[in-house]
Design a protein around this ligand. Sequence first.
Ligand code: GRF
Length: 217
Amino acid sequence: MRPKIVVFASGSGSNFEVIVQRTRDGYIPAEVSCLITDRADAGAIKRAMRYGIKAVTINWKPREVGESKALAILEAEKPSLIVLAGFMRILSADFVSKWRWKILNIHPSLLPAFEGTTNAVELSAKKGVRISGCTVHFVDETVDGGPIIAQAAVAIDPDDDIEKIKQKVHALEHKLYPMVIKGILEGKIWFDEKRSRTAFAEGSLKLDDPPIFSISV
Ligand code: GRF
């Protein structure tokens, strides 16, 4: 049986869908077994239905109840990886400790820039950043502060509006997230407890698009 991934999403779910596609085309050696969402109107649910993936909506208020329901699902699914893809809730330290180094998140900025905000793209536009991007990191007890796994950068033109920046960042996310998930499931990327940072086997993040990706391992 292929390893399982459980995805958590609150929004449109474009990252969720790309991850599903990349499991279906064999790039990611796993199956997405379940989508967990905290919003009954999340676009991700429709996408899950299209792919025949079970979607569970959990009322996250209060957080303890939401988390205990999610934990029960995870216990049943026993996923190799939990992937947060636009999930708008902060997971408690207790939750994180139960799945330590098995939870990933993606953030639409080059962390630690615009850390801890859900408006990273809007703030980047407001500040006039000229290089934006996205970050995939392990989730720990901090908000957007867990060990960084990979980042991809893209140039922002002074004329780019918020929508344009979102498009550019999303395009990067759709490449970077599957790459990292694959690397972790293949045992080529892991959290090194001794060195307290992410470790990589050689060639684990191969760049297929040098003009966009600025980082190689
Ligand atoms: C992404 O930009 C991600 O970085 C952030 O939420 C957004 C989710 O987008 N955490 P989508 O729902 O996957 O389209």
